[in-house]
Structures are given as C-alpha cells and as structure tokens.
Design a binder for this molecule. Structure first.
Ligand code: C2E
Ligand code: CA
Ligand code: CA
Ligand code: CA
Length: 270
C-alpha cells in the first residue's frame, strides 16, 4: 500500500541519518580526544619463551572517553583508519611509545607499536620516527613496528624500499596478524620483516582443533625458514604456552601473563 511504502522509506531514511549522525559525532569526538589528550597507551608484556622473562611489550591504544569511560580500539580505530584521523592519532601513538620506552629502557629490550597502512604510507613517516628517537634519546633498535598484511596492497618495491630505509636506522618490523588476510608466501619472502606474529585466532583453538594446530606449526616452520623470530598472540593457558614452546616459538603474549595495562601496573609485573 501507499502508506506501507512511505513508512518503509522513512524507516531507511532515519536509520541512515542515525548512522551518519553517529559517525559525525565520533569524528568530532575523536578530534577533541586528540587535542585533549584523552588517549592512553596500555602495555601488554611479551615473554621470551626460553627464559620465561618479560623482554618486551606491545603498546595498545585506549580512549579515556569523558562520558563513556574506557573505550577499546574496536570502537574507533576502524573509523579513524577510514577517515584521515589515524594520521594524527598515529603520530601521537608513536611519540607516546618512545616516551614510554624511555621509562622502561633498563628493563625491556624493546617496545612494539601498531602502525596503520595509511600512517606507514605517509611521506614523513621515517622522519617522524627519527624526530622522536632524537627527542626521547631512544635507540631505534628498541622500537618494533607492527604492520599487517594490508601493506601488501601498496606497491611491493616501494614498500621494500621504505622498510629498508627505516631498518637502516635500526628499527625492526613485525608482520602482525599473520595468516588472517591476503598473505602470500612470495611477498613474505621479499619483505624485510624481522618478526612474525601468529594471530590469536589460530592460537585460541590450536589444542582442540587439529587444523589450527597444524597451521600454528606450519607458520612457525615458515618463519624459521625465512629467519623471522616468531611471536604467538593470545596465549591464555599454560597448555598454550607449552605447545608453542615445544614447537619452537620464540616469544609469546596473552592473558596468561597479563592483559594490556597502564604503565604503572606494567612496572609491577617486571
Ligand atoms: P592486535 O595488534 O592484533 O593486538 C592484539 C589484541 O589482542 C589486543 O586487543 C589485545 O588486548 C588482545 N589480546 C592480547 N592477549 C590476548 C589473549 O590472551 N586473549 C584475547 N582474547 N585477546 C588478547 P586490543 O588492545 O583491543 O587491540 C585491538 C586491535 O586494535 C589491535 O590488534 C590493533 O590492530 C589495533 N590497535 C591497537 N592499538 C593500536 C594503535 O596504537 N594503532 C593502530 N593503528 N592500531 C591499534
Ligand atoms: Ca599488534
Ligand atoms: Ca595481532
Ligand atoms: Ca589482531
């Protein structure tokens, strides 16, 4: 009927405008969050398997939202990456990671920082790293940059070139979330990564699921063939830790050791 049709249209209209309104709100709130320093980097310990010692940490962003409380990246990082806001947020993340490492340099070998494709692709990315290394007097060898397979969307030779320039200063690269995207083994061979991170989705079920178990073993094998160090994510139980240790994984992180925590709490774990 005519009436039903009209209702349908207005239903979609209002849903769409609600989504647009929510995005606009998020956009404005993110801009304010950058200015007002509402972001915080939490740290999750990374353990060396053979010594069982915390040698590193991954920096993970949190948003101390003025009314909604503590927000996790799934509430805003995807939007920040779609819009250009990730550039400013990412610059803040890098500077904060250097500052945090300065506080921990006596106890940790290095710190890992998540880098989005858009951020890595900026012309001044290398300069941003060097400026902060100088400002905080941090040795670039102490900074690990985590990139996902999305960087394979960029031109391969340009990517290799850029990575090699950055590595020449001492910075290291980790391939994050390996196996979840468009990984191609030939790309993996060509890209100058130092570490490979096994995604938590494989680790979670590896003891119950034969296929995940095989995948974890294969990923560790591939990493060894290409001379990458391997880090397992999402290690939640002693059994998980034993399995990855038996299979030659070099490092791990996960709730077994600790969730990501603020610097003050992190120091208590050391
Ligand atoms: P990711 O880089 O794969 O980070 C690992 C995620 O796994 C983190 O979620 C961490 O809290 C969670 N995790 C760690 N151990 C365990 C475990 O044992 N079990 C389970 N179930 N989960 C575990 P988080 O902090 O919510 O971050 C989600 C994603 O947001 C990150 O995934 C990363 O892609 C992105 N992200 C976080 N911080 C930043 C940042 O500063 N910049 C950028 N560009 N992205 C970030
Ligand atoms: Ca990561
Ligand atoms: Ca990951
Ligand atoms: Ca992930």
């Amino acid at each position: 009927s005519k009436k039903g049709g009209k209702n349908k249209t207005s239903f979609y209209d209002s849903t769409m405008s609600r989504q647009i309104q929510e995005q606009l709100l998020l956009h404005n709130e993110l801009k304010i969050a950058i200015q007002e320093k509402q972001f915080e980097l939490y740290l999750q310990p990374i353990v060396e398997t053979k010594t069982n010692k915390i040698v590193s940490a991954e920096a993970l962003i949190r948003w101390n939202h003025p009314t909604k409380g503590l927000l996790f990246p799934d509430a805003f990082i995807e939007y920040a990456e779609q819009s250009s806001l990730i550039i400013n947020i990412g610059s803040w993340v890098i500077e904060s990671a250097f500052a945090l490492y300065k506080e921990l340099e006596d106890t940790l070998e290095n710190i890992a920082v998540n880098i989005s494709l858009k951020q890595f692709s900026q012309d001044n990315f290398e300069e941003l790293l060097l400026t902060n290394a100088k400002k905080y007097n941090v040795d670039p060898h102490s900074i690990k940059l985590e990139l996902t397979e999305s960087i394979m969307l960029n031109n391969l030779n340009d990517t290799i070139d850029k990575m090699l320039h950055i590595k020449a200063h001492g910075f290291a690269f980790s391939m994050d979330d390996f196996g979840t995207g468009y990984s191609s083994l030939s790309y993996l061979k060509n890209l100058p990564f130092d570490y490979l991170k096994i995604d938590q989705s494989f680790v979670r079920d590896m003891l119950e699921n034969e296929n995940d178990k095989k995948l974890v073993k294969i990923i560790i094998d591939v990493a060894k063939q290409f001379d990458f160090s391997v880090i397992a994510e999402g290690v939640e139980t002693v059994e998980h830790a034993h399995f990855i240790e038996e299979n030659g994984c070099d490092y791990y992180q996960g709730y077994l050791i600790s969730k990501p925590v603020p610097l003050k709490e992190f120091k208590k774990l050391l």
